[in-house]
Design a protein around this ligand. Structure first.
Ligand code: ADP
Ligand code: 5GP
Length: 188
C-alpha cells in the first residue's frame, strides 16, 4: 500500500538508526519525528519537547495509569520510554507521516498496532564486531555500557524477521539511498 502514515525505524543501539533518521528528516518535510516521553535524565544538549518529553518516574507512572500511552517500555532497567497518544494525534492532525525512532520491541508492538498503515524498518549492522567498533568510536558510552548494548543487540538481531524491511547499514551512502527508495515506494 502506498501512502502509509507511519514509518517505524528500529535497530540495535549503534547500528546507525539516529544517522538514518536524521538524514530522512532533513530530506522529507512531510516526515515528522515522534517525540517520546522518557524517565531518564537529559544528556548533553538534549532539550525537553524536542528530543524527549522528560518526565519523572512518578509522572510517567501516572500517565501509564491514565492510559495516555500508545506504547511504553522499560527499555533499560529503571527507565521508561513511551509514545504519547497526544503526540501521534498532533502529527496526524497536520497531515504529516509519523517517524518513530524506537527500540526493537517497541517497533514490533507499533507495527502490530498500525498494521498496513505502517512500514517497519529494521536497521542491521554488518556484524556484531562492527557494531561494537561504532559504539567505541561514538564515545558516548562506558566500556561496560557498550558490552551491555552489544549483548542486547545479539538478542534483538533475532527479531529482524518481524519487520517489513531489513536495511543493512554497511556503507552509509548505500543504506541512505535504500532508505530514500523505501520512502519513494511506500510513502510518497
Ligand atoms: P544508533 O542511533 O543506532 O545508536 P548512530 O546513528 O548513533 O546509531 O551510529 C553509531 C555510530 O556509528 C555513530 O558514531 C555514527 O556516526 C556511526 N555510523 C553510522 N553509520 C555508519 C556506517 N555505515 N559506517 C560507519 N560508521 C557509521
Ligand atoms: P536513548 O536513551 O539512547 O535515547 O534511547 C534508548 C532506546 O530507547 C533507543 O533504542 C530508542 O529507540 C528507544 N526509545 C525511544 N523512544 C521510545 C519509545 O517511545 N518507546 C520505546 N519502546 N522505545 C523508545
Amino acid at each position: 500500500m502506498k501512502n502509509k502514515r507511519v514509518l517505524i525505524i528500529s535497530a540495535p543501539s549503534g547500528a546507525g538508526k539516529s544517522t538514518v533518521v536524521k538524514h530522512l528528516l532533513a530530506k522529507y518535510d512531510f516526515l515528522e519525528f515522534s517525540v517520546s516521553a522518557t524517565s531518564r535524565a537529559p544528556r548533553g544538549e538534549e532539550t525537553d519537547g524536542k528530543d524527549y518529553y522528560f518526565l519523572s518516574k512518578d509522572e510517567f507512572e501516572k500517565k501509564i495509569k491514565a492510559g495516555e500511552f500508545v506504547e511504553y517500555e522499560e527499555v533499560y532497567s529503571g527507565f521508561y520510554y513511551g509514545t504519547l497518544k497526544s503526540e501521534v494525534e498532533k502529527i496526524w492532525k497536520k497531515g504529516n507521516v509519523i517517524l518513530f525512532d524506537i527500540d526493537v520491541m517497541g517497533g514490533i508492538n507499533l507495527k502490530k498496532l498500525y498494521g498496513e498503515s505502517a512500514l517497519s524498518v529494521f536497521i542491521r549492522p554488518p556484524s556484531t564486531n562492527e557494531l561494537r567498533n561504532r559504539l567505541v568510536k561514538r564515545g558516548t558510552d562506558s566500556p561496560d555500557a557498550i558490552e551491555r548494548r552489544v549483548a542486547k543487540a545479539e538478542h534483538e538481531l533475532t527479531y529482524e524477521g518481524e519487520f517489513d524491511v531489513v536495511l543493512v547499514n554497511d556503507i552509509l551512502e548505500n543504506c541512505l539511498a535504500q532508505a530514500e527508495k523505501l520512502i519513494k515506494n511506500n510513502l510518497q
